[in-house]
Design a protein around this ligand. Structure first.
Ligand SMILES: [Zn+2]
Length: 480
């Protein structure tokens, strides 16, 4: 097998792997023997060393994305930066996936899933000793920013951590026998619901990017080292009223007031609140309410998020909210219409065995994570939830803010923390833990089986009594 260039384990600039020249030139981190990788721990140590060697590149990538914040679906600089790094390590990159210009899928440079590994040094093929199909593990990169506060959610960190882990693993694979499985880096635009059509992972799931994936991993920066938490289902509902303009003093009786419909809707939602389950959240803004005091507003728009802990709860709640708007339309004479302005997010259901593997690797790096504060019921939402409904997935947190007084996420202070010394130290830890967890999945059949057995379709609740999996809410884009 022709080797591609790899970052190696010695430095950030990338070195071409030496040609394989016999047994002495390989197996520096372990090797296949009789179908078993005999030195998983050595492979992990090699991956950690590789991340250390790449640290300047990984930190620079995070800083570059931080310094050039781009909103969702237009993250052209970030996407180009990350795909360039991956291609430099031999990954095959497909851009514009799922109809999203800034999405990408990068496939590992070693043999693909199910393929045989070229015999090394004239020996018999080694990987075929283990029955396929070989696993495919996905590392997810996010890189979109928020309006006003730049990378206030630290997605520069997420993209750099996942790509850094992938670069390191390419180096380890190049220096040893190829791994019996594939690594896929999935570039996921627009996680933040700040832009129309947000929810890149929803589109990627629908495009089948995860259909042959065994597990999906990412790490989010936070205020504590913790396991994956829960998140809520979320519908992004836009309510539009169409009325009739008229002179507000001269002929108000000829007008139909869309702003009044907006106000009545919001009052009705407030009245509804006490009769919604306590776990349902409704919040939003007035996006349009008229242009001038002396013109009866003929155009009113409300943007709302409706959140519920599980898929079964979100649609009834959204329907009640829509009824508030329908009543206001009838009262005022306006016409009302609805659309989802971002894709709907499902609740995150973490794969606990995979979380535990990640936790062990964090502990080995000196940072054992705690259980998540949102383990029982999350409040925020992420499109990683949709991924977790189709493949085993984790979304743990690594602390970046302890030295800065734990500023909240979605703030300028949190953005600064992502490139602070503490943030950059955490970034390297995250890349190592991701790379080590990928190795657990690729090289330990028992770990892979435990992860496969546990999800995403096993059981409705966990021991926390948390929200259930269920059928997806509507995919978004059209009226609901
Ligand atoms: Zn985020």
């Amino acid at each position: 097998m022709a080797r591609r260039s790899s970052p190696g384990t010695s430095g950030p600039s990338g070195t071409r792997s030496p040609a394989r020249a016999g047994a002495a030139g390989r197996a520096s981190v372990g090797s296949w023997a009789g179908g078993l990788y005999v030195s998983l721990e050595e492979a992990k140590k090699a991956a950690a060393r590789a991340v250390d060697g790449l640290a300047p590149v990984i930190k620079a990538a995070s800083r570059e994305i931080h310094d050039n914040p781009e909103l969702g679906l237009v993250e052209f600089k970030a996407s180009a930066l990350l795909t360039g790094l991956l291609e430099g390590c031999g990954y095959t990159v497909r851009r514009g996936v799922a109809g999203l210009d800034t999405a990408f899928v990068a496939t590992s440079p070693w043999p693909p899933r199910g393929g045989s590994v070229e015999p090394a040094d004239g020996a018999a093929g080694l990987c075929p000793a283990r029955p396929g199909p070989f696993p495919t593990v996905a590392l997810l990169a996010e890189y979109d920013a928020l309006p006003g506060v730049g990378h206030g959610c630290g997605h520069n960190f997420i993209g750099a951590a996942s790509v850094g882990a992938a670069m390191a693993l390419a180096g380890v694979a190049a220096d040893s026998d190829p791994f019996p499985g594939s690594l896929r880096v999935v570039g996921c635009p627009a996680e933040e619901g700040a832009v129309d059509g947000a929810g890149g992972k929803v589109a990627l799931v629908e495009a089948g990017v995860f259909d042959d994936v065994d597990a999906a991993l990412m790490v989010h920066p936070g205020s504590a080292d913790s396991l994956s938490g829960r998140s809520t289902c979320r519908v992004a509902l836009e309510v539009s009223f169409r009325g009739k303009a008229a002179h507000a003093a001269g002929a108000p009786h000829e007008g139909i007031n869309a702003l009044e419909a907006v106000l009545q809707t919001l009052n009705a939602i407030n009245a509804l609140r006490q009769h919604l389950p306590g776990t349902v959240l409704v919040h939003g803004i007035v996006a349009r309410g008229g242009d001038a005091p002396n013109v009866v507003p003929d155009d009113g728009i409300i943007r709302l998020y409706v959140r519920a802990p599980d898929p079964d709860g979100i649609e009834p709640a959204a329907e009640k909210v829509k009824n508030c708007a329908r009543g206001a339309a009838m009262a005022t004479g306006c016409q009302v219409s609805f659309r989802e302005f971002a894709r709907s997010y499902l609740n995150l259901v973490p794969n606990r065995p995979l979380d535990e593997v990640f936790a062990r690797n964090m502990a080995a790096l000196g940072r054992p994570p705690a259980r998540s504060a949102s383990d029982g019921r999350g409040t925020g939402s992420t499109d990683m939830g949709n991924v977790s409904h189709v493949v085993p997935a984790i979304h743990p947190y690594v602390a970046i803010t302890r030295q800065l007084g734990a500023p909240p996420s979605h703030s300028r202070e949190f953005a600064a923390a992502s490139v602070s010394p503490e943030g950059e130290e955490a970034l390297i830890v995250a890349a190592k833990a991701l790379a080590m967890t990928c190795l657990d999945l690729l090289l330990s059949p028992e770990t892979l089986q435990a992860v496969r057995d546990a999800g995403p379709n096993s059981g409705d609740t966990d021991d926390s009594g948390g929200p259930r999996r269920g059928r997806p809410v509507s995919g978004g884009g059209g009226p609901i």
